[in-house]
Ligand binder design. Structure first.
Ligand code: UT7
Length: 332
């Protein structure tokens, strides 16, 4: 490590989940499923669902406010807002702009990043590059998704795995040995049909047909996605560690995307990490898409599982297909 190098440190963190909880028993009344199937195949016991009168920007604002408070950063000092989401308030403009206005971040630029479940990794990598290059000082990175708005509540293959939430971090420059040490991003567009929303975009604008055929909801090839996720998350972990000049044994905490407990276990086993060094909260939140990694990281820091100097390995995987990893040395 080279002390004196400018890199992005996490100066503050916050998260938010809606109050409304949907249990597996609730789902048993909606689709042909069972508590036993959901728990054994996914590890999920319950998830939070956004109330009808709220939207993605409301969750993002709450998480971001907490991160700014944690960092002691006034609204006027935020230079850039990066919001990872696939469930923005509108198709356009970006939800980052809505958040910027709601939080009064009058001196900030703002844009969205649509990398689905690896969105937090993509946004954090982008924010890190801006901070490291000296382009911006205070960069607010948010992952927020109201994925329940795209879930087909008649499709048991998808409706049991998702939940809503938001998480945010404030990045700032640091000049010691802490902060974001490496970022690895990869994608394979050949897999775009494994997980997508067929209608609503320019390829298939909304029509009576698209609505009748339920094409505005998520379509997922669960088995294929599962196979790719376990393989890609392991690859992302090893690549990010290599770029940081670290080994698996240097990892104090791994924070993976929470898609399925079996995916996490498979990736962790391939890496040779003990499960007690892995942040897992899928049981209570399900797959919260772009929020999931930040939500697990915030929970870990609130529970005292991270201390200054710890090496944190974050890995994500999602639609696109996209995957990536970040090594963060905790502290400012
Ligand atoms: O966020 C990143 C992207 N997403 C993911 O990474 C998700 C990855 N995929 C998964 O997590 C899993 O594939 C699922 C949880 C979606 C499905 O689990 P699985 O073990 O792969 O099940 P399967 O699709 O192989 O289906 C096995 C059986 C099928 O019945 P048959 O054909 O064997 O009779 C399904 O119809 O389980 C049935 N099934 C269900 N049964 C009860 C599928 N969903 C359900 C359900 N309740 N909710």
């Amino acid at each position: 490590m080279n002390p004196g190098t400018r890199r992005a440190v996490v100066a503050g963190i916050g998260s938010y989940v809606p109050d409304k909880v949907l249990t597996n028993q609730d789902l048993e009344r909606v689709v042909d499923t069972s508590e036993e199937w959901i728990v054994t195949r996914t590890g999920i016991h319950e998830r939070h669902i956004l109330e009808d009168h709220l939207t993605t920007s409301d969750m993002a604002v709450e998480a971001a406010s907490r991160a700014l408070r944690h960092a002691g950063c006034p609204a006027s000092e935020v230079d850039l807002v990066l919001l990872a989401t696939v469930t923005g308030d509108y198709v356009f403009p970006s939800t980052a702009c809505v958040v910027q206005e709601k939080l009064g971040l009058t001196n900030a630029g703002a844009f969205d990043i649509g990398s689905s479940c690896s969105g937090f990794i993509a946004a954090l990598s982008t924010g890190s590059a801006f901070v490291q290059s000296g382009t911006f000082k205070n960069v607010l990175v948010i992952g927020a998704d109201a994925i329940s708005r795209l879930v087909d509540w008649k499709d048991r293959n998808t409706c049991v795995i998702f939940g809503d939430g938001a998480a945010a971090v404030l990045l700032r420059p640091g000049f010691g040995d802490r902060g974001i040490l490496s970022c690895y991003l990869k994608s394979d567009g050949a897999g775009c049909r494994y997980l997508y929303q067929p209608a609503g975009g320019a390829k298939m604008p909304p029509s009576l047909d698209s609505i009748t055929n339920r094409l505005h909801y998520i379509r997922m090839d669960g088995r294929e996605t599962f196979k790719q996720a376990a393989r890609s998350m392991t690859q992302a972990a090893f690549e990010a560690l290599k770029m940081a000049g670290l080994e698996t044994t240097d990892v104090d905490l791994m924070v993976p995307h929470q898609a399925n407990i079996r995916i996490i276990q498979a990736a962790v086993q391939r890496m040779g990490l003990p499960m007690d060094q892995v942040a897992v909260n899928i049981d209570r939140y399900g797959n919260t898409v772009a929020a999931s990694i930040g939500l697990a990281l915030d929970e870990a820091q609130q529970n005292g599982r991270v201390t200054a100097g710890d090496n944190i390995l974050m890995v994500g995987f999602g639609a696109g297909l996209t995957w990536g990893g970040i090594v963060l040395r905790w502290g400012v």
